[in-house]
Write a protein that binds this ligand. Structure first.
Ligand code: SUG
Length: 453
């Protein structure tokens, strides 16, 4: 049945950003992520990190975009420490973990759930079998600190998108490397209009044995995971593609595809080395994209921006957003403006009348960037028609008043300096639990944390 035109026109692509948690730190946990390794053990500033993220949310809401917020996860995660054999009081477990297995404490204390592009894969109702928005939380099974996010993300997504008439929630895929899944960071949707049927493109680093794998760094996303999610979401096989990442870029620090490519509506912006076969991908998109708009490809050459510069500036981790006038803007990290060749490329993209991108917004997200998380890592995109939008927990939408309230909450509860040893401080645990308890009341989420149950 065709989607009625009024539904197509009313649909928006909302961004749900992860609010950075009070334990934000640099533990060097993410092998293959160059920034994470480089900043290992540096002191962090959780307060600045959360305020930087909120400034981006506030600004995008100010542009008239549908901007939501997802709360941090509880960290240090005591149930994980208990599962790993630590016993006694909270303080005893934290101390024992710090003394005997500091790597495990770092994993249980990571604020990595801020990167909500890895929280789940989301398919809009226009693409799914039953017209509901489908969510599959990512199992993130290749890294311990990220694997413990899956149940928390599932609980939070179910609390924010609670109405079963509009939203379908699947459990995360089994947590085994053969089904490694890192969520929306490896998933791109192209369409003519958000509310109309789209092309869902799943990008994987690990396919079958005949396909070359990276040799230096792990490929986190598997083809089997993408295929499973496409089945679960009831996607039309004719509008779904599984595309291989170029293993050579994974070995240069492109641990997720959103570090080297970004798509929005009919536009695909990507580095010439991003995919194993970019020409085949373009041809498929040209043949399959329906609706009034024709695809627009913006391919950035290695001679203009080397992969290493893309990784350090996060040019392709920009958000591409449509403002109310139908034009697009690029939302980039400050690091892009500081890199001469990257900035020249941004200016050229904005000046080119051959694409719909007419402006650029620059944000200081340094606290997150130092862990390899840029503008697009911090957000989960959810396409919603008017009825679905009305069914979202209304307290999770950002406007000037909620941004003010959340900033005040951050200033009340967050420290401005954290080193790894602080994760063992029982006072930090108490501060974090008090902060999150208050937050769930502000966002009217109910009890989503283990410590509240
Ligand atoms: O999984 N960094 C994250 C960054 C995730 C970025 N997300 C997207 N590209 N969508 C990761 O590599 C570092 C944590 C530390 O080292 O403390 C970390 O987990």
């Amino acid at each position: 049945m065709p989607t009625p035109p009024s539904t197509v026109a009313a649909a928006v692509e909302a961004n749900f950003d992860g609010l950075v948690g009070p334990t934000h730190n640099y533990a060097g946990l993410a092998f293959g992520n160059v920034a994470s390794a480089k900043n290992a053990d540096a002191p962090s500033n959780p307060r600045a990190a959360a305020l930087q993220g909120l400034a981006k949310m506030r600004a995008l809401a100010g542009l008239g975009l549908a901007q939501g917020v997802l709360p941090p996860h509880e960290r240090p995660h005591l149930p994980t420490l208990r599962r790993l054999g630590f016993t006694g009081s909270d303080a005893q477990m934290l101390r024992a973990a710090w003394q005997r297995a500091p790597g495990l404490l770092a994993a249980a204390g990571s604020a990595s759930a801020m990167w909500t592009a890895n929280a789940a894969t989301v398919s809009p109702g226009a693409d799914t079998g039953d017209g509901r928005v489908h969510f599959t939380p990512a199992n993130l099974c290749l890294n311990l600190h990220r694997s413990i996010e899956a149940p928390g993300s599932a609980a939070i997504l179910q609390a924010v998108f609670a109405d079963a008439r509009h939203f379908a929630h699947h459990p995360p895929l089994p947590a085994t490397p053969a089904l490694g899944d890192e969520g929306a960071a490896n998933h791109t949707r192209l369409c003519s209009d958000y509310g109309g049927p789209g092309l869902e493109i799943f990008v994987y680093g690990r396919g079958d044995e005949s396909e070359a794998a990276p040799s230096r760094f792990p490929a986190r996303q598997t083809r089997l995971a993408g295929e499973s999610i496409a089945r679960l979401h009831g996607l039309d096989a004719a509008r779904t593609l599984h595309v291989r990442q170029n293993p050579a870029v994974i070995d240069q620090g492109v641990f997720h595809n959103d570090v080297i490519a970004v798509g929005n509506r009919e536009v695909l912006l990507y580095h010439e080395q991003a995919f194993a076969d970019a020409a085949a991908l373009r041809a498929w998109i040209c043949t399959h994209l329906g609706g009034a708009r024709r695809p627009v490809f913006i391919e950035v050459r290695e001679r203009d921006v080397a992969v290493a510069d893309a990784v350090s500036s996060y040019l392709f981790n920009s958000q591409l957003v449509c403002t109310a006038d139908g034009a697009m803007r690029l939302v980039v990290a400050e690091e892009c403006r500081e890199h001469a060749k990257v900035w020249r490329t941004v200016e050229a993209i904005v000046a080119d009348p051959g694409n719909p991108i007419t402006g650029v917004e620059v944000f200081d997200l340094r606290q997150s960037m130092r862990n390899g998380g840029g503008p697009a890592c911090l957000r989960l995109r959810v396409v919603l028609d008017a009825a679905q939008r009305a069914a979202v927990n209304p307290h999770c939408w950002i406007d000037a008043a909620t941004a003010d309230a959340l900033e005040a909450w951050v200033r009340r509860h967050y420290r401005d300096r954290l080193v790894l040893a602080d994760l063992a401080d029982p006072q930090l645990l108490r501060e974090t639990q008090a902060a999150l308890d208050e937050l769930t009341r502000m966002l009217r989420l109910g009890s989503v944390y283990d410590f509240q149950k």
